[in-house]
Design a protein around this ligand. Structure first.
Ligand code: SAH
Ligand code: SF4
Ligand code: F3S
Length: 438
C-alpha cells in the first residue's frame, strides 16, 4: 500500500502508564502505516485522539466536555477517535452522546488502530481480543528511559475496580518479545526500562500460545542480562503476589531500582476482605518490613482508597496505623468512586457520606506530608548517584537516584543520560536539590 500524504495527529492521554505506552503504540502505528506525525496544536490536527481512563468517575465526565471542545475548535475535516478504557466500557454509547466522534477503540484493541482510523463509525471494543503477540511499529524515539508492557489485562477482582472490565483477562507477552523490545530501546539510547502490567507479579501464568509458565522473577533476571541497560523499574506489583523469591531478587539484583510500589488500598483487614485484595493488614506489614529490613535505602510508594463502602472510623484508623508504621515515601490517595461493572456497587447502601470521605482524605494527606518531609530532609548532606534525564528551561537538570528520588542540579545537557554523584544541599517534600561532585 502506498503511503498517503503527511497528516497531523493530536493525541491526549489520560490515566495510567499503560495508557501512555498504548498512546506510544498508536503514534508509532499511525506513523508507520498512515504517515501521521504528531502535533501539539489541536487546531491544526487532521486526527484527534483521546486515550481515556475509567478508573474514577471524574475523568469520564471530563471526557465529554473535552471532546465537545475539540469538536468546536478542530479543522472541519479533522476526525475524532476515542480510545482506551472508557472506550471499552461505554462503546457505542460514546457516539450516541457525541455523534461527531468518528471511531471508538477499546483498551485491548489498540493494535487495530490502523484499520479503524479511516472507518467512520467503527467501534472495536472486544474484551477478549488478544494482542499480546502483536508486534507494534517501532516508536523510533531516543530516550534515556523507556516503558515496555509485559502483560495485557488483569485477572484480579478487586471489588472497586473497573480495569478487569475494560482490559479483560490477563495474558502475558512472550518473554523473548519483551527482551527484544528492551534490547531495541537500549540500542536507541535507553538506559532505564519500566516493565508495565496491572499486576506484574503474576507475569508468566498464561500465554496465548499455551507455552510453559514462567515467573516475574525469571523475567527480571532475563531483562537484567541486557548489556547497556542500567536500571529496571516495574509497576504495579501486587502485595499478595510479592513472594520471597521476588523480594530477594528485588533486594539483590543491582540493576533493579530500589523503589517499590506496594498498593495498600486499605489498612483494615475487613475492608481488604471486602475489596478482595487477598492480604490482611498484618500480611502487608510483614512484607513491607521484610523489604525495609533487606534494603534499608528502599523507597516504598502506595495507593490508598478512603471511604470504601462500609469503612468505619476504626477501619480508617487501621489505614492510618499502617501509614504510621510503613512511613510511605509517596502516597497516591483516592476517595472511593463507585464504578460500573464492579462488585462494590452492591454495597451502595453502605456508601460513606462525601464529607467524611473528604475529611479522611485530608487526614491521610496531612500525615503523609510529615513523613515525606522527614524522608526528604534526611538526605541533606548525603552524596547520591543520579541518572540525569532532562534539561529544564531554567538551566536546571533533573534526574533520579537509584531509589527514585528526583534531584535537581544546575548544569548542562552534558549530564543527560549519565550517572553522576551529587551532594544534596536542600530538599522540598517532593524533590532534592544538589551540586554535582566533579
Ligand atoms: N493495577 C494497578 C492499578 C490500578 S488503578 C494496581 O492494582 O495497583 C490505580 C489505582 O486507582 C488503584 O491502585 C486504586 O488505588 C485506585 N482505584 C481503582 N479503582 C478505584 C475506585 N473505584 N475508586 C477510587 N480509586 C480507585
Ligand atoms: Fe484493578 Fe485490582 Fe487489577 Fe489493580 S489488581 S487493576 S486494582 S483489579
Ligand atoms: Fe485508567 Fe484504564 Fe489505566 S481505567 S488507570 S487507563 S487501566
Amino acid at each position: 500500500m502506498s503511503k498517503e500524504e503527511n497528516k497531523k495527529l493530536f493525541i491526549e492521554t489520560l490515566g495510567c502508564q499503560m495508557n501512555d505506552t498504548d498512546s506510544q503504540h498508536i503514534i508509532a502505528e499511525l506513523k508507520e502505516h498512515k504517515n501521521y506525525s504528531t502535533t501539539r496544536n489541536m487546531e491544526e490536527a487532521d486526527l484527534i485522539i483521546i486515550n481515556t481512563c475509567s478508573v474514577r468517575e471524574k475523568p469520564v465526565q471530563k471526557l465529554f466536555s473535552e471532546i465537545g471542545q475539540f469538536n468546536k475548535k478542530k479543522k472541519d475535516s479533522a476526525k475524532i477517535g476515542v480510545c482506551g478504557c472508557t472506550a471499552s466500557h461505554l462503546g457505542d454509547d460514546i457516539m450516541k452522546r457525541a455523534p461527531y466522534v468518528d471511531f471508538v477503540l477499546g483498551a485491548r484493541n489498540i493494535s487495530k488502530i490502523k484499520d479503524v482510523v479511516d472507518k467512520k463509525g467503527a467501534v472495536e471494543i472486544d474484551i477478549d481480543y488478544d494482542d499480546s503477540t502483536y508486534q507494534f511499529a517501532a516508536s523510533g524515539m531516543n530516550m534515556y528511559k523507556t516503558s515496555v508492557n509485559i502483560s495485557i489485562g488483569c485477572d484480579k477482582e478487586c471489588t472497586y475496580c473497573i480495569v478487569p472490565a475494560t482490559r479483560g483477562e490477563e495474558i502475558s507477552i512472550p518473554l523473548e518479545m519483551i527482551v527484544e523490545q528492551v534490547q531495541k530501546d537500549v540500542a536507541n539510547g535507553a538506559v532505564e526500562v519500566t516493565l508495565l502490567g496491572q499486576n506484574v507479579n503474576s507475569y508468566g501464568r498464561r500465554f496465548s500460545d499455551g507455552r510453559e509458565k514462567t515467573s516475574f522473577t525469571k523475567l527480571l533476571q532475563e531483562v537484567s542480562k541486557i548489556d547497556g541497560l542500567e536500571r529496571i523499574r516495574f509497576t504495579s506489583p501486587h502485595p499478595l503476589h510479592m513472594d520471597d523469591e521476588f523480594i530477594e531478587e528485588f533486594a539483590k539484583n543491582p540493576k533493579i531500582s530500589k523503589c517499590i510500589h506496594m498498593p495498600l488500598q486499605s489498612g483494615s483487614s475487613s475492608i481488604l476482605k471486602a475489596m478482595k485484595r487477598g492480604y490482611s493488614k498484618e500480611g502487608f506489614l510483614k512484607r513491607a518490613k521484610k523489604i525495609r529490613d533487606l534494603i534499608p535505602e528502599v523507597r516504598i510508594t502506595t495507593d490508598i482508597i478512603v471511604a470504601f463502602p462500609g469503612e468505619t472510623q476504626e477501619d480508617f484508623e487501621d489505614t492510618i496505623d499502617v501509614i504510621k508504621q510503613v512511613r510511605f515515601d509517596q502516597i497516591f490517595n483516592f476517595k472511593y468512586s463507585a464504578r460500573p461493572n464492579t462488585q462494590a456497587l452492591e454495597l451502595e447502601d453502605k456508601e460513606i457520606p462525601d464529607e467524611i470521605g473528604s475529611a479522611r482524605l485530608t487526614e491521610v494527606i496531612e500525615l503523609h506530608k510529615l513523613h515525606q518531609s522527614e524522608h526528604m530532609d534526611s538526605n541533606i548532606g548525603k552524596t547520591v548517584n543520579v541518572l540525569f534525564e532532562s534539561l529544564k528551561p531554567n538551566g536546571e537538570v533533573s534526574g533520579f537516584t537509584d531509589n527514585y528520588c528526583q534531584v535537581f542540579v544546575k548544569g548542562s545537557d552534558e549530564l543527560l543520560g549519565r550517572f553522576v554523584d551529587v551532594k544534596i544541599t536542600g530538599a522540598t517534600r517532593t524533590a532534592l536539590k544538589g551540586e554535582v561532585i566533579n
